[in-house]
Design a protein around this ligand. Structure first.
Ligand code: FES
Length: 122
């Protein structure tokens, strides 16, 4: 299977039908994506697929074929990641990558629809 990860073309063998989190963490070594609940509840494993957040523990890796995947490692220079770091926005830090990936997707969606207007709390 071929797909793009953080701007680079990657090829992996997925004939054993793994979850996307296994491919991202174990085969590509992008360990910023965490596997915690493995049930789609906690969000620690969130990645972006074509800019949309997806829990990678419930996403079959085969669904990444031909898609553009972004992990927290690919968002290091994103304003949301810099804001999280600048505000020490973490607790133990284990789930923080999922927060960053989800918030960055929201940020990009909001900016595309509303420009520089700040969102309200709701
Ligand atoms: S590991 Fe908790 S939602 Fe995927």
């Amino acid at each position: 299977m071929e797909f793009e990860v953080n701007g680079a073309r990657r090829t992996v063998d997925v004939d054993d039908d793994p979850a996307a989190v296994e491919v991202v963490r174990d085969r590509l070594g992008l360990t910023g994506t965490k596997l915690v609940c493995a049930g789609g509840v906690c969000g620690a494993c969130t990645i972006q697929v074509d800019g949309e957040p997806r829990v990678s523990c419930l996403t079959p890796a085969a669904r990444l074929a031909g898609r553009r995947v972004t992990t927290v490692e690919g968002l290091a220079a994103h304003p949301v990641a810099r804001a999280f770091a600048g505000e020490d926005a973490l607790q133990c830090g284990y789930c923080t990558p999922g927060f960053v990936v989800e918030a960055a997707a929201f940020f990009e969606r909001w900016r595309a629809e509303h420009g520089p207007t700040r969102p309200g709390r709701e």
